[in-house]
Design a protein around this ligand. Structure first.
Ligand SMILES: Cc1ncc(COP(=O)(O)O)c(C=O)c1O
Length: 397
């Protein structure tokens, strides 16, 4: 009997996302979960989306909306997205954009287009887990850039650029996953300067930028340099099930991105793009985003107010201006992963912080998402977490 060849070597060492694995565990009723980075389903604009799909399927373009379509994406949708980005301070033409199957695919395409095996990728520490998976799958070598409460430290980036000559720097500068931090404008300018002087491509991942609950917007990093790949998404302001994202890319890389997308899936779902384009046209998207902001602001406030009575003395946490996440650092000696079974026994869940680190993890960290629970549920969940931490503290001391 002949043996079958092994699986591709590039998959070795790339672990399944513990967040997605955890989501499977949380199917159990009664668990109050702060684990997933999901938008609140009760806030989806079901009526608006239903109308948008109906318009497309009842209109003269219905058959075209069910046909194969150009790889670059629906022109009307690209026009709407370009207008919205321009209004947010990032001047964009429809031709600058490629529509992708979620912004996750934009990340994969940029990775495919830019990285040869062994290429060096610089990432903030900690950072978005599925970006780490994408770079690891491409055979990249990851180097980490430390930061502080304001996000990545430009001096540390300059040091990493000088020492490692990365091909690419990946960053989530606005309401980051997992920390919730936002990079101030002055640091954005410094990052763009350092990257362009060092010949480093920058990927700015911005799925959360429109979910601001406090303070004035900060311009995207991409507005400071033409060399930045800017990734956007419909998942957090619309609905993630549509799987619609986009990449605004430097002109020289666009043909390579299109080829990479052709090889991946030919094009993003024609009907979903057409419905999203119709939605931009018929719905009050600004009003919808304002409703999301109001609801999420209340939920963030409920969580931030409950944390001092939930966490052991000496804990620290971020108080994000937007997005979905609060990043917690428990006192020295705590291990969030070993706390998780106790938390689950108390019917409450979070994500341990360790998997978000490309380098040496800080095991006392964890991520809490405040979006999918009401303020009352958040208070109850925090009570359970507090109880779990009490049990944990008693069991280990
Ligand atoms: C930083 C970051 N980038 C990209 C994504 C993927 O989003 P999408 O649904 O657009 O693929 C997420 C999703 O949680 C995210 O947190």
């Amino acid at each position: 009997m002949s043996t079958l060849p092994p699986l591709a070597a590039r998959l070795r060492g790339v672990a399944s996302s513990p967040v997605r694995d955890l989501l499977a565990l949380l199917e159990r009723p009664n668990v109050l979960s702060f684990a997933g980075g999901l938008p609140a389903p009760e806030l989806f604009d079901l009526d608006g989306l239903r109308e948008a799909y109906a318009r497309v399927l009842a209109g003269p373009g219905a058959r075209l909306a069910l046909q194969y379509a150009p790889t670059e994406g629906n022109l009307e949708l690209r026009t709407r997205v370009a207008e919205r980005l321009t209004r947010r301070g990032l001047p964009t033409e429809p031709g600058d954009l490629l529509i992708t199957t979620g912004s996750q695919q934009a990340l994969t395409l940029v990775t495919t287009a830019l990285l040869d095996p062994g290429a060096v990728v610089a990432v903030e520490e900690p950072t978005y887990l599925a970006a780490l998976q994408s770079f690891q799958l491409a055979g990249a070598r990851l180097v980490t850039v430390p930061g502080d409460e304001q996000g990545v430290d430009p001096d540390a980036l300059a040091d990493v650029v000088a020492r490692h000559r990365p091909a690419l720097f990946y960053t989530v500068p606005t309401f980051a996953n997992p920390t919730g931090r936002t990079l101030p404008a002055s640091r954005r300018a410094a990052v763009a300067r350092i990257a362009s002087a060092g010949g480093v491509r920058v990927v700015e991942d911005d799925p959360y930028g429109e979910l601001r609950y406090r303070g004035a917007p900060v311009l995207p990093l991409a507005s400071t340099s033409d060399d930045v790949f800017y990734l956007g998404s419909f998942s957090k302001i619309g609905a993630p099930g549509l799987r619609l994202g986009w990449v605004r890319s430097p002109a020289d890389a666009r043909p390579a991105l299109v080829v990479a997308k052709q090889a991946a899936d030919l094009h993003t779902s024609t009907i979903d793009q057409a419905a999203a384009a119709a939605y931009f046209g018929v719905a009050d998207l600004d009003g919808h985003v304002a409703r999301l902001q109001d609801a999420y602001r209340e939920r963030r406030d409920a969580m931030i107010a409950a944390l001092p009575g939930t966490l052991p003395p000496g804990s620290r946490w971020t108080d994000p201006d937007g997005g979905m996440f609060v990043w917690v650092r428990l006192p020295d000696g705590f291990d969030a992963a070993s706390l998780l079974p106790t938390a689950l026994a108390h019917d409450v869940a979070f994500v341990p912080g360790a998997p978000f680190y490309a380098g040496e993890p800080d095991r006392a960290t964890l991520r809490l998402s405040f979006t999918t629970n009401t303020p009352d549920e958040i208070r109850e969940g925090m009570r359970r977490l507090g109880a779990a931490l009490g049990v944990h503290a008693a069991a280990t001391t």
